[in-house]
Design a protein. Structure first.
Length: 327
């Protein structure tokens, strides 16, 4: 890596995503901002190494000895960014194609709006070279924001929308926030880890926003859609992590049990009607419940850390990330 002054560290996690990675790296070679690119080869069984070696842009390749989740892999890069003195880190999925001005817009927005700690790109349909068709995530997210009364804001340079979270597929984080809110949590493995990070950012009175001037094409779910087995694994983690996220966000432990019952009812409807892309058979749901119960200690640690963030305390390093990366 080169000098970190005015440089953004781009973190890409490849879990056998070589099919997408080449396009992703080629697009990054066209960005206008000075970047250092790190690809984490997450126990890959494809030619991710070869794609990185042959890329037209310099790539630092990190390899894991076993399959880790999105959180643990990105934390490798975020820790390097902290130690290297970077100001910003940009989390980017391999099944994306960034607009040449995407990263520059994010950096300029954050430089001129220090009240924001996390900002994400608006997502465009993968392959749309007109950069005009928002993908499903963008449409659903903006629709949800509208129901909450959130509206676009503009100044003389940018257009953005405050929101409760942005997706980790294209997320920029201000790294000096880590001592106040921590890193991504391996307890989630994959799903809800960036949602939790955004919640902590808001608890620390730092804004979270979607920037319309920064665009990234995103296919979405390119890995877990590859097979029924991966889809089931995705569903189990998605449902399990809802318990971790929603219960740890309660203001009082006394209401956690009631919140758990409400979530159980909601998830049964999700399973029955196959909502939120969930196709897991209902008879596999006890595995989800058992896994959530197994993580109750981590739920309470997440809850305690949220209380510390609300109080304005500086987090000890042992609370920067919670939970081991287990299924």
């Amino acid at each position: 890596m080169g000098s970190t002054k005015n440089t953004v560290l781009v973190s890409i996690v490849s879990t056998s995503d070589a099919l997408w990675l080449g396009v992703c790296l080629k697009a990054l070679d066209q960005v206008s901002t000075k970047i250092d690119v790190v690809v984490v080869a997450n126990d890959c069984d494809d030619n991710t190494d070869e794609v990185c070696t042959q890329a037209s842009i310099d790539v630092t390749l990190l390899k894991t000895e076993k399959r880790l989740g999105f959180a643990a892999c990105n934390n490798l890069c975020l820790t390097n960014a902290l130690n290297g003195g970077y100001e910003y880190a940009f989390l980017l999925n391999p099944d994306t194609k960034a607009h040449p001005q995407a990263i520059d817009a994010l950096v300029r927005f954050m430089n001129s709006h220090p009240e924001y700690g996390i900002v994400g790109s608006i997502q465009i349909e993968y392959g749309d070279e007109t950069w005009s068709q928002q993908n499903e995530w963008s449409r659903q997210t903006l629709g949800h924001a509208a129901t909450l009364g959130e509206h676009q804001q503009s100044d003389c340079t940018f257009t953005w929308m405050d929101h409760s979270y942005v997706q980790g597929a294209a997320l920029m984080m201000r790294l000096d926030l880590v001592k106040r809110i921590g890193l991504l949590d391996p307890v989630y493995r994959t799903f809800y880890e960036e949602t939790d990070l955004c919640r902590r950012c808001l608890l620390a009175s730092q804004g979270v926003a979607i920037l319309f001037d920064s665009m990234v094409q995103h296919y979405g779910g390119g890995n877990w859609k590859a097979s029924l087995k991966r889809h089931y694994e995705r569903d189990r983690l998605f449902l399990r992590n809802q318990f971790l996220y929603y219960l740890s966000g309660e203001d009082s432990r006394r209401v956690m049990a009631l919140a758990a019952l409400r979530l159980f009812s909601r998830q049964m409807k999700t399973l029955w009607f196959h909502q939120e892309d969930v196709i897991l058979p209902w008879w596999q749901y006890p595995v989800v419940l058992w896994s959530a119960m197994f993580r109750l200690n981590d739920v309470f640690r997440l809850y305690r850390r949220n209380e510390m963030i609300r109080s304005g305390a500086i987090l000890p390093e042992d609370l920067w990330q919670i939970g081991r990366d287990r299924r």
